[in-house]
Design a protein around this ligand. Structure first.
Ligand code: PGA
Length: 258
């Protein structure tokens, strides 16, 4: 079985201006040590306006945290007021881009086809997509969770090569658990992440299914991180609220010690 290094990512959403962001990253870096980075990859995904400042802090202080973004537009450039392209992110040394977060799908109406174009744009610029998938509470109660996630993966990953799929990240985030304090039980999270891996197997083959990293997201906190991370098919976490403060995010990254 392939060894997959866990990836723990902080999605700050629309929180922290660039002054607050700098403080947060510096304080996070004081709490982490070489051992933490050896066993776990870490990324932070601040708002666009913070990216340049955080890039400077990470690079000048040699902090081995990857810079991430929360979103990008699929086109290279053009008349898309307010949007940012993958090429622009690459120039800031962004390594990972969240795509298809449920808030983007639900509030901004992003479709699987648009998400697929974004995944391609992210790869084209040498970055790694974190593709988010997940079901609503109604879909779960109607027994539709697996079908929904399977469709999001099939359509979101259309015409993407196997090797690329094997190198990317999928975040399984049940929508009912995001920002609500309600976490999926470790068993439910494991079952759905195993389903994601099975789906990847049929989309891109066994090799890609073995190497792709699958994160769980939805009210991950210091108290539940370890039991979620210890599940077989969970290779990391996408953390919202609990990633806004250095101390709680550091404790999640150090889940193995708690
Ligand atoms: P949460 O957010 O940890 O605050 O539930 C997770 C996410 O939306 O990625």
């Amino acid at each position: 079985m392939a060894e997959r290094k866990p990836l723990i990512s902080g999605n700050w959403k629309m929180h922290h201006n660039h002054f607050e962001a700098i403080q947060m990253v510096q304080s996070l870096s004081y709490q982490l040590n070489a051992d933490d980075y050896n066993v776990c990859d870490v990324s932070v995904h601040p708002p666009f306006t913070d990216l340049r400042s955080i890039q400077t802090v990470l690079e000048s202080d040699h902090i081995p945290i990857s810079l991430g973004a929360q979103h990008c537009h699929q086109e290279e450039k053009g008349a898309y007021t307010g949007e940012v392209s993958a090429g622009m992110l690459q120039k800031l040394n962004v390594k990972l881009v969240i795509v298809g977060h449920s808030e983007r799908r639900e509030i901004f109406g992003e479709s699987n086809a648009q998400i697929n174009s974004k995944v391609k744009a992210i790869f084209k610029h040498g970055m790694t997509p974190i593709l988010c998938v997940g079901e609503t509470i109604e879909e779960r109660e109607e027994g539709e969770a697996e079908t929904k996630v399977r469709t999001q993966l099939e359509e979101g990953l259309q015409d993407i090569g196997r090797e690329r799929i094997g190198a990317m990240v999928v975040a399984y985030e049940p929508i009912w658990a995001i920002g609500t304090g309600a976490t999926a039980t470790p068993e439910d999270a494991q079952n759905m992440c195993a389903h994601v891996r099975e789906s990847i197997k049929s989309i891109a083959g066994n090799g890609s299914a073995e190497t792709i990293r699958i994160q769980y997201g939805g009210s991950v906190k210091p108290v539940n991180a370890a039991e979620l991370m210890n599940q077989r098919d969970i290779d990391g976490a996408l953390v919202g609220g609990a990633a806004l403060e250095a101390e709680s995010f550091a404790r999640i990254i150090q889940y193995r010690l708690h």
